[in-house]
Design a binder for this molecule. Structure first.
Ligand code: COA
Length: 160
């Protein structure tokens, strides 16, 4: 996957989530996604991703989030990591932040020994698909009815 040449005008800093910040991320997710993430979803991601639960901050505000989950025992369970969630606050979009978060997720997965990143994206999400393809990801297959609203997903894969 391509991680160089990030064009960004966003000054947001990216770092791992702090324990007391999950509520802010929950609110951000309610604003970002058509399908609401529940608190349980986010708690599960926090447990599974650990330091790979990354947020972009603008001052005290969380303005973006990405969740990268590497396998715990790569030599046993394989070296394919999951990018489970990526979202940027609508007021901060189209300034390079989504790409910056994706790059941070990729770097995290590499640091955990992953050799591949995988994700699901709604077949109609042209902005996100364009972002992933421009980062070198490709569609592996379509998953029919993957989302709770019945929409199909693309299963996308990128070599790290
Ligand atoms: C997808 C999302 C994370 C992109 O974040 P962003 O900060 O706006 O993205 P960037 O500014 O880094 O742009 C990255 C690429 O996305 C695409 N893109 C961004 N804004 C776009 C727009 N308004 N129209 C079309 N493509 C756009 C372009 O390919 C862009 O690359 P380029 O600038 O080299 O042309 C953001 O739109 C979002 O949070 N959407 C709602 C949640 C979501 O759909 N998440 C993905 C779930 S899999």
């Amino acid at each position: 996957m391509t991680t160089a040449a990030v064009r960004t005008t966003s000054a947001a800093a990216i770092r791992s989530l702090r324990r007391d910040e999950l509520a802010q991320v929950f609110e951000l997710c309610q604003r970002c996604f058509d399908i609401a993430y529940t608190w349980d979803h986010l708690e599960t991601y926090r447990c599974r991703a650990r330091d790979g639960f990354l947020v972009a901050t603008d001052g005290d505000d969380i303005v973006g989030v990405v969740v990268a989950i590497g396998t715990r025992l790569p030599w046993l369970l394989g070296r394919a990591g999951e990018i489970a969630l990526l979202g940027v606050d609508a007021r901060h979009r189209s300034r390079g932040l989504g790409r910056k978060l994706l790059r941070a997720a990729v770097e995290y997965l590499r640091s955990r020994g992953m050799r591949e990143a995988r994700l699901h994206v709604d077949v109609g999400n042209r902005v996100a698909i364009a972002l992933y393809e421009s980062a070198g990801m490709y569609t592996s297959h379509v998953v029919k009815g993957y989302y709770r609203n019945g929409n199909d997903a693309l299963r996308m894969v990128g070599k790290l």
